[in-house]
Design a protein around this ligand. Structure first.
Ligand code: NAD
Length: 357
């Protein structure tokens, strides 16, 4: 099969880790007889230097024409003093909005070989953890009506509004159930329905959508309990679906129980198969250009692209299995190294994964 991929390496370690992910895609194309047609464009600080803006129109147009987008990372000290809407990170918000990406997927996986990196005790981590947090990305309190008011007696006050439409909940719930169908078939919907009306609607709609997926088991959980359960009994979770704000918090919590930022991939999905795939980490200016960056988060993001945008499950699994094998053989980039392991650089790690494929 043939797919067009917009490649946006960005700044700092972005280009270094992206190079490794492209190496992996090349190996998958060769092995399985696909054609991945990659087209590079600028985003973030490098786009500001070249065009004076973090998301040039040409970049967005290219992304819209492609089947999926791979992004490295953006940002750096050089651009830190620019006003908010001119900073590299504004390019990220712009591209998510421009592509209509409403579902953010953050897997939290503890690899057996990296168990020691988790801050959780061995008897909690057991044989590893594999959670997918599906966060609504374009609605809720971050986008609701907000303001300041001088409300008479109470004096100056401020408010933010959590609002969700049935349509918004339906589409994120469907994404979560569809993802669960290719996993362990358990969805935990996280809300605060004991207090919030918006959560009561959320719960009603998720329950209704669940009827379309009779094979998937649906649980509801209050957010305060969910945050506890994540560190007490994380193995009970398969897919967690939740609102923008709760997802913001829980996805970071879930990530941290895996112990390493260099291992965390992510996907942001829109209608249909369009998706943007990027590592969770930033541009790591402190190690840029020194062949020290861990490319696995970006490589695992490419695996997510194969699965969620291209429907290539076997190929996605091949990438993930290759990463597991390399870790099992004791190879590590410096950020995840421990006693008795072999430290390799960014490009060597990419090559090792490629060799396994
Ligand atoms: P960061 O994620 O770039 O780095 C945090 C720490 O983790 C650093 O010590 C770094 O060396 C290390 N690290 C990160 N990725 C790594 C990898 N792949 N391998 C090994 N070590 C890794 O976060 P920061 O330092 O807060 O931000 C640096 C820049 O990145 C800032 O300009 C920030 O705005 C930007 N940023 C961008 C994104 C993005 O592009 N999505 C996300 C977060 C931060």
């Amino acid at each position: 099969m043939r797919f067009d991929i917009a490649v946006l390496p960005g700044d700092g370690i972005g280009p270094e880790v992206m190079e490794q992910a492209l190496k992996i895609l090349d190996a998958i194309a060769l092995k399985y007889g696909h054609e991945f047609n990659t087209k590079e464009a600028l985003i973030g600080g490098c786009a500001i230097d070249a065009y004076g803006e973090p998301l040039p129109q040409d970049t967005l147009e290219l992304c819209k024409k492609c089947d999926a987008v791979m992004l490295g990372a953006v940002g750096g000290e050089k651009w830190d003093t620019l006003p908010g809407d001119k900073r590299p990170e504004a390019g990220l918000l712009g591209i998510r909005a421009g592509l209509g990406l409403f579902a953010n997927l953050r897997p939290a996986v503890i690899y057996n070989a990296l168990k020691d990196a988790s801050p959780l005790k061995d008897d909690i981590v057991k044989d590893g953890i594999d959670i997918m947090v599906v966060r609504e990305l374009t609605g809720g309190i971050y986008f609701g009506k907000r303001g300041r008011t001088d409300a008479g007696e109470i004096g100056e006050a401020a408010f933010d509004t959590e609002m969700y439409s049935v349509y918004e909940v339906e589409r994120i719930a469907r994404k979560a159930f569809e993802i669960a169908m290719s996993r362990r078939k358990i969805v935990t919907s996280v809300d605060k329905a004991n207090v919030l009306e918006s959560s009561r609607l959320w719960r009603e709609v998720v329950t209704r959508v669940s009827k379309e997926y009779p094979e998937v088991k649906l649980n509801h959980m209050y957010v305060d309990n969910a945050s506890m359960q994540l560190v007490r009994r994380p193995e009970q979770f398969d897919v967690i679906v939740t609102t923008n704000m709760f997802g913001d918090i829980l996805s970071d919590e879930a990530s941290m129980i895996t112990g390493s930022i260099g291992m965390l991939p992510s996907a942001s999905l829109g209608e249909g198969n369009m998706g943007l795939y990027e590592p969770v980490h930033g541009s790591a200016p402190d190690i840029a250009g020194s062949n020290k960056a861990n490319p696995l988060a970006t490589i695992l993001s490419a695996a997510m692209m194969l699965r969620y945008s291209f429907g290539l499950e076997e190929e996605a699994k091949a990438v993930e299995d290759a990463v597991t094998k390399v870790l099992d053989k004791g190879y590590r980039t410096v950020d995840i190294a421990s006693e008795g392991t072999t430290v390799v650089g960014t490009s060597e790690m990419g090559q090792l994964v490629r060799d396994e494929i």
